[in-house]
Design a binder for this molecule. Structure first.
Ligand code: C2O
Ligand code: CU
Ligand code: CU
Length: 538
C-alpha cells in the first residue's frame, strides 16, 4: 500500500476536496465505492466537466516514478490496488520495483544511450507473462519473443546495452493470447533514453522530466460501479478492438494540469488496447499550434508545426506547446477530435455493437490545462533538432504484406490476417539476412479497418503513403504522401483502409546467429487473435 505514495495520501487527506463544486451529480466524495456506486456521468469524456484531479506527474518514486537504475533490479509483475478514482482502490496489474529504499509502480525507466539494463522479471500473476521492450534494438532473447513467456512464479533475466538513440520507448507484456488483458489491467511503462542531441534540446529549452517535460500515457478503460476495471470483450470488441469509455492520462481520469507562461514538452504514448486518437489542444474551438519534435524513435530533424495528430496504439508523439501564446487565466483542453473510424462494413460488425459507451471517432475531452501567471522564460525552440540519415533503398528487395479479414480460417471464424496467415509460434514465414536493407510494403484492404503495424527489433523509416482517405491526405506535408507522424524513426505505423505504406528497414545488427522477432498489429485484440507473424534475422 505504501507504494501508492502520493495517490494514497490524496485518498486519505483530500478525497473530499477532489470533487469540489465543479463536480456533477452522482458522486459522493469521501465514501468508498463499496458504499456508493461510481457514476459514469462524472467521468463521461464527452463532457468538459469534472476535470479536477491533478495529473499524476512522475516523481522519483511511486506510480510512473523515474527510475535511473545503476545496478540490476527486479521488476515484479503482480496485482496491486491503485486509487484510480478518488476514495476507491481498484485492482490493477502493475510492475513493481523496490530499489534503494524507494518503491515504484510501472516506473519510467530512464537511461542513456550506451548504458545497459540488467533486470530480472518476476511473474506474480496467475497467467504466463513476458516483458517486451517496445522500440528497442535488442537481440531476440531480450526482445522476448512470445515463446519465451514464463509461467506464474517464473522469472526471466534481461541484460542488454542501450543501442537506441534518445526517445520515449516503452515496455509491456507480450505473452501470446494474454497481451491485451495484461496491458489493459495496467502493465505498461515508459522507457526514456537520452543522448547528446536530447540533452542539448532539454538544456536549450530548460526542460525537466516530470515538470516541464511531461509524459502523457493515454489509456481508455471500462469500469464497474464498484470502481473495478472491466475487460470482457464481446465478439464485436474482439473484431474491432476493446475500447474504454473513461479516458486516463497517467492513470488519472479527468486530469487537470496547471501551466506557466513557457514552453512545455509532452511525450504522448497511446497505451490503449485499440483506440485511435485524433489529438489536438483546443481553446474553445480554436486549435493551439504545436511543434511536433519527435515520433516513436526520438527527435525529428526539424520541428513541424501541427494543430492535430492521429496517434494509434503503440505510437508516440513528442510535442512542444508554447503557453506564452495563451493568457494567464486561459483554460483549454487536450481533446480527441471527431474522425471517421473507418470500420468498414464488410467485416460484418458495426461500431454500435462494441461494448464501450464511447465510440471510436467520437469527439471527447482528455485533459484540462489552466494557464497561470507569465514567467520570465525567454527560450525559443531550435530550428534544427537532430540528424536523421535516410536509409538508402537503391536496389533494396521489397516484400509485400496484405492486411485483410479472412473468412473461415482454421477455426471457421473471421480473423484479421497478414498475408492470410494467423500466428503460428513455430513458423517463420519471413527470413531476412542480417545487414540487408529491405522495403516492406504494407497494403491494407479497402474493406478493412485501420491497423497500427509494429515491427520488433529494427526501427524503420516510412518512405511513402498512398491511397489515403481524405482525413489523412489533408494532413500530408511534403513528398510521397507522408504525414508529420510518419517522419523520423518509427516502430509502429498506422495503415488506414485502402492505404499502401512503404517502409525502409535496415536489418543491420551485431547479434550473432539466428534471432527471432515479431511483426504484428498493435490493436491488442487483433494481436492476441493472431494478426502477427514471426520473422527471423539470420
Ligand atoms: Cu508494443 Cu510486439 O509490441
Ligand atoms: Cu515492440
Ligand atoms: Cu489490426
Amino acid at each position: 500500500m505504501n507504494r501508492l505514495g502520493r495517490r494514497e495520501f490524496l485518498a486519505t487527506a483530500a478525497a473530499a476536496a477532489l470533487f469540489p463544486l465543479r463536480g456533477r451529480a452522482g458522486f459522493t466524495p469521501g465514501l468508498t465505492s463499496r458504499q456508493t456506486a461510481l457514476s459514469y456521468e462524472v467521468f463521461d469524456p464527452t463532457r468538459p466537466f469534472n476535470f479536477s484531479q491533478s495529473l499524476l506527474l512522475p516523481a522519483d518514486h511511486g506510480p510512473f516514478g523515474i527510475l535511473e537504475p545503476t545496478a540490476s533490479f527486479t521488476l515484479t509483475a503482480g496485482e496491486s490496488r491503485h486509487e484510480l478514482f478518488p476514495g476507491t482502490l481498484s485492482a490493477l496489474n502493475t510492475y513493481a520495483v523496490e530499489l534503494e529504499g524507494r518503491a515504484f509502480t510501472d516506473p519510467i525507466i530512464h537511461l542513456r544511450n550506451g548504458d545497459s539494463l540488467d533486470v530480472q522479471l518476476r511473474n506474480e500473476l496467475t497467467d504466463p507473462t513476458i516483458v517486451h521492450w517496445h522500440g528497442l534494438r535488442v537481440d531476440g532473447k531480450n526482445d522476448a519473443h512470445v515463446s519465451f513467456a514464463i509461467p506464474a512464479k517464473g522469472s526471466y533475466r534481461y541484460d542488454f546495452p542501450i543501442l537506441n538513440r534518445a526517445g520515449a520507448y516503452w515496455y509491456h507484456p507480450h505473452p501470446h493470447g494474454f497481451t491485451a488483458r495484461q496491458v489493459y489491467l495496467g502493465l505498461a511503462g515508459l522507457f526514456i533514453v537520452d543522448d547528446d542531441e536530447e540533452l542539448a534540446l532539454r538544456n536549450n529549452l530548460d526542460l525537466r522530466l516530470g515538470e516541464t517535460d511531461i509524459p502523457l500515457v493515454l489509456q481508455d478503460k471500462q469500469f464497474s460501479s464498484e470502481g473495478e476495471l472491466i475487460y470482457d470483450p464481446n465478439t464485436a470488441d474482439r473484431m474491432m478492438g476493446f475500447l474504454g469509455d473513461v479516458i486516463f492520462v497517467n492513470l488519472t481520469p479527468k486530469p487537470v494540469l496547471d501551466l506557466q507562461g513557457r514552453i512545455y514538452r509532452f511525450r504522448i504514448l497511446n497505451g490503449s488496447n485499440a483506440r485511435i486518437y485524433r489529438l489536438a489542444f483546443v481553446k474553445g474551438t480554436t486549435p493551439i499550434p504545436l511543434m511536433l519534435i519527435g515520433n516513436d524513435g526520438g527527435l525529428l530533424e526539424q520541428p513541424i508545426e501541427i494543430t492535430e495528430i492521429f496517434l494509434a496504439p503503440g505510437e508516440r508523439a513528442d510535442v512542444l506547446l508554447d503557453a506564452r501564446r495563451l493568457d494567464a487565466g486561459d483554460v483549454f483542453f487536450l481533446k480527441s477530435l471527431a474522425f471517421n473510424p473507418m470500420h468498414n462494413e464488410m467485416h460484418g460488425f458495426t461500431p454500435g455493437q462494441q461494448s464501450s459507451r464511447l465510440a471510436e471517432g467520437e469527439e471527447f475531452y482528455i485533459m484540462q490545462l489552466n494557464v497561470q501567471a507569465a514567467t520570465s522564460y525567454d527560450r525559443v525552440a531550435p530550428s534544427r533538432l537532430s540528424e536523421i540519415r535516410p536509409i538508402l533503398t537503391g536496389g533494396a528487395a521489397s516484400r509485400r504484406f496484405d492486411l485483410a479479414l479472412s473468412m473461415g480460417g482454421p477455426t471457421g471464424g473471421r480473423r484479421w490476417t497478414i498475408n492470410r496467415l494467423t500466428y503460428n509460434m513455430e513458423e517463420y514465414p519471413v527470413s531476412v539476412s542480417r545487414g540487408a536493407i529491405e522495403i516492406w510494403e504494407i497494403v491494407n484492404s479497402p474493406m478493412s479497418m485501420p491497423h497500427p503495424i509494429h515491427i520488433h527489433g529494427f526501427p524503420f523509416q516510412v518512405i511513402s503513403r498512398t491511397g489515403s482517405p481524405n482525413q489523412i491526405s489533408r494532413l500530408v506535408a511534403g513528398p510521397d504522401g507522408l504525414v508529420p507522424s510518419d517522419r523520423g524513426w518509427k516502430d509502429t505505423v498506422l495503415v488506414w483502409p485502402g492505404e499502401r505504406v512503404r517502409l525502409a528497414i535496415d536489418f543491420a545488427h551485431n547479434f550473432p546467429g539466428r534471432q527471432p522477432y515479431l511483426f504484428h498489429c498493435h490493436n491488442l485484440e487483433h494481436e492476441d487473435q493472431g494478426m502477427m507473424i514471426n520473422y527471423e534475422v539470420t
